[in-house]
Design a protein around this ligand. Sequence first.
Ligand code: TNX
Length: 699
Amino acid sequence: MIVIFGSAQGAPLPLMPMPVKVVVGNGWLPIDSEFGVSISGSSDAGLRRAVERFTARVSRQTGIPLIGGKAAVFQVACREPGSDYPALGEDESYDLDVLASGARLQARTVTGVLRGFETFLQLIAPGPEGFSVPVVHIEDRPRFAWRGLLLDVSRHWIPVQVVQRNLDAMAAVKLNVFHWHLSDDQGFRVESRRFPRLHQLGSDGNFYTQAEVRQVVAYALERGIRVVPEFDMPGHTTAWLVGYPELGSSPGPYQIERKWGIFPAVLDPSHEATYSFLDALIGEMAALFPDPYFHIGGDEVDDAKWKRSTSIQAFAREHRLASSRDLQAYFNHRVEKILKKHGKIMVGWDEVLAPGLAPDTVIQSWRGPASLAEAAAKGHGAILSFGYYLDQLQPAGILYGIDPLDGPARNLNAPDAARILGGEACMWSEYVSAETVDSRIWPRMAAIAERFWSPPEMADADSMYQRLEPVSRWLQWTGVKHRENPELLLDRLAGGRPAEALHQLAAASEALGIEGRRDLRDNASRIPLNRFVDAALPESEGARRLERIVKRLPDDRAALPELRTIMAQWAECQTGLKATAEGNAALAEVLPLAANLAAVGRIGLAALKHIEENRPAPAGWAAAQIEALDRLEQPTAQVRLAAVRPVRLLVLAVPRRATAQSDHKLLKLRAFDAVTNVVVTLPQPFGTGQGGTSGPPWR
Ligand code: TNX
């Protein structure tokens, strides 16, 4: 395998996921109004629609209305007709050749063509002669067959339109599984005609009609994305029991949960009526979702109600089910049979792994690489989600560093390792709304998509970050609002007043993830997600750019004026914000943060002065600044100041005289931080090896 990536200018091509093989040549293929696509080989309606969408996107990205004419500019050769539905493990490979005179895309399947189109679209850029694509030869295929995104639409409602734009962005980075987490304690989100009280009483009116479900499934399949529905059971079922309390392990009545956490509502596994209900419901849902895989959740079952019920305990004794685990295994076994009857293969979280589980059941691992490897070693298909929890808002570099085949999976023999099908990032929506979800998924999801698609050697975080920024901007053309909505949220907070300082402050900040927002666990679903933290991004592009610049000091002094401008802006932030924030309750919590940024800016200015004048700082100065920066980095208003990181590097770049002993120690420690760039404290690996009822430590 050869991976040559780069462009004539030396910057890496903004491709993500990076293809298996990229050979860049000389010259460009111009895109003008005569750009057109011809299809040879197999050509069916699905492929023709894909071509239409593709040309519309070329037009959208360039602003050039395409009138066609030179139909042969882009030749697409697809060897096989499209399938009715994308299959797990289907051939997604493609070859793309771009010459100055025209381009050619070859693939066996329509899905391969779709993947190739996205690569081509990522390559379009304005060049010396107008919009063009570099001359290039690309060969590409995915590393893993299962490359997914879980979207929780229960904790916060996510309307169809938002789902669809995220499907477009998923397809753009070659993801192929949309895991739709459709029910949980806070909402049952699909219309059920068999059991209408599920959506009528369990959703606050926020549910997808069956027509909408079909629409989304069709939308996804046109983009080469499978839709795997999840109906979480037997726990996480409060919303079901509001309308059907008789299915519960205690009499009820039940109400939709308004909080976040793990709740006692749990289906009664001892009751035949539970299984006839599930048979009818699964039958109804199986007909809506063509995918052969059907997710039953199975996570985090609180067994208190089982233990307290005399009838359930009697049932357990009668069936020799010694523990709650056994009881859940019995339940899973029954559900698995129902799924089989309706032509479905079961998928479940780690907790469903138990002796006697049907061998084709796929395990999705949230507990970690050990349980992933265990599932694979026991003969099950396995998907890694541990480490890819988007709701923790970790930087892309951390997510990128996690590989489904790392850790214990390395010790698996080849057939066992082959059962690790891939991974899924999880967008749990406790602290995410329809407005903010795009910015919590993108662009970080693109880095994970590269992990799932590209060869494992493609692991250099610097290269990833260099490409992530252009890819993030490009993703806007797919329709996702990860950059647009946060700006709007800030303007809303400013209420029409000038908001420059507020935008600067947001650009210098990073929102805390789920662990940092625990104070909102109660009354949670009714608290609007319209604060500064909701507008702040998980990761600051600006801070990262500054870090890169500062790391080039003192050799590259050309950047000093720009650094000074930014530090001065920061130093002014508090003053700037005051006028915007006056009499505005929503911004009150942001003022101390602005004061902190101003302090960071002042430290930066002082450091720059030393650097510019090449004047050593007095003994103890650097250590004192580092200590101050540590304090300024402590979260305020549920965000962390990313601005601290480049300024810390700046302080370390200040020339020093023979340093006092205490300085030495401190600076050595800090320099280590700066080099490894460990900017967040990683949360403890959660749930590793623990029972089903205890959740991650932050819950
Ligand atoms: C755990 S891991 C959950 C979800 C929560 C999430 C919050 C798993 C299968 N369940 O119910 O939303 O943590 O991060």
